[in-house]
Design a protein around this ligand. Structure first.
Ligand SMILES: Cc1ncc(C[n+]2csc(CCOP(=O)(O)OP(=O)(O)O)c2C)c(N)n1
Ligand code: SF4
Length: 284
């Protein structure tokens, strides 16, 4: 049996009270509940406070470039589709600089879980506005308040028929670990947007602010494969903020549609150097 302790206990560089601690705790709990051992997990992250999360777990991880979480995660999944792959990103990382990768990962649909630490701010670079920052909020460089419209990641993902779309809150460990389990168990690209307070640079969307607004979606409210109803629900934001699973569908998974993987993971295939030479010669 896998336990939370199997994932280690590390010192962190996060500010005391940061919402990232709730995500780390919920993730460890979910992995232990699913009996996933550290050797069958791969966590891929970019740059940011969120990007540090895999540093604080004893399992395989790859820490890449800012905004580039999904390309290496997809490559790793293809190379060894027996691994459980999770991509970990911030709202800046996944919806800003890496937004293009998110859109195309949704199209490809690899079996990857994407955890977005959505603190509605750039944490690591000290509080600039991100795509999900609330318009009007004053930041260090937006002295008059943020002017750009706020990105709605759930509406974006649902509109593009993302295979699994959910939201949770770092202040509700139980709900969050349940959502992580559902996202991992779903086959296909699972986007889990996690409302995560940044106690240092976002003084608007605080634990109290979220706690007064979040409410759990009623599982019987509509069939989870109803894209139009899910889209409508994803537009709800303000005095009430729904959390839970918004949308699920069972589209073909990217790695299953690749013939080359039918005989097992690429990492077990012998490299035929002759055919590599032939391939290169073909370009000459
Ligand atoms: C290619 C590149 N662009 C920009 C940066 C600077 N940078 C590092 S982290 C970051 C923003 C992090 O914000 P977010 O992704 O929301 O994560 P958080 O720190 O809030 O968890 C930026 C702009 C970088 N390191 N590399
Ligand atoms: S700056 Fe914000 S996101 Fe970064 S560790 Fe501190 S509280 Fe967390």
């Amino acid at each position: 049996m896998v336990s939370v302790e199997d994932y280690g206990n590390f010192d962190t560089a996060w500010c005391p009270g940061c919402g990232d601690f709730g995500i780390l705790k919920a993730l460890k709990r979910a992995l232990a509940d699913m009996d996933k051992s550290p050797d069958e997990m791969l966590l891929v992250s970019g740059i940011g406070q969120s990007g540090k999360l895999p540093h604080y777990l004893k399992c395989n991880f790859f820490n890449g470039l800012h905004g580039r979480t999904l390309p290496p995660a997809t490559a790793a999944k293809i190379s060894n589709h027996e691994l459980t792959v999770m991509a970990v990103a911030g709202d800046g990382d996944c919806y800003g600089e890496g937004g293009n990768h998110l859109i195309h990962a949704i199209r490809r649909n690899p079996d990857i879980t994407v955890l977005v630490h959505d603190n509605q701010i750039y944490g690591l670079t000290k509080g600039q506005a991100s795509p999900t920052t609330q318009p009007g909020m004053k930041t260090k460089i937006n002295k008059e308040g943020v002017f750009n419209r706020q990105l709605n990641p759930l509406a974006l993902a649902i509109s593009q028929d993302c295979s699994f779309v959910a939201r949770s809150f770092a202040g509700d460990i139980e709900h969050l670990s349940e959502m992580i389990k559902k996202a991992v168990e779903h086959r296909g690209l699972s986007l889990l947007d996690i409302l995560q307070p940044c106690v240092t640079f976002n003084h608007l969307n605080t634990f109290k602010w979220y706690s007064e607004r979040v409410y759990k979606l009623d599982e019987n409210e509509y069939p989870l494969n109803d894209r139009v109803k899910a889209f409508e629900k994803s537009l709800e934001w303000g005095e009430r903020i729904p959390i839970g699973v918004f949308y699920v569908n069972d589209r073909p998974v990217f790695e299953e549609s690749l013939d080359v993987l039918s005989s097992g993971p690429l990492i077990r295939n012998k490299v035929k150097t002759d055919s590599v030479n032939e391939l290169i010669d073909g370009f000459m």
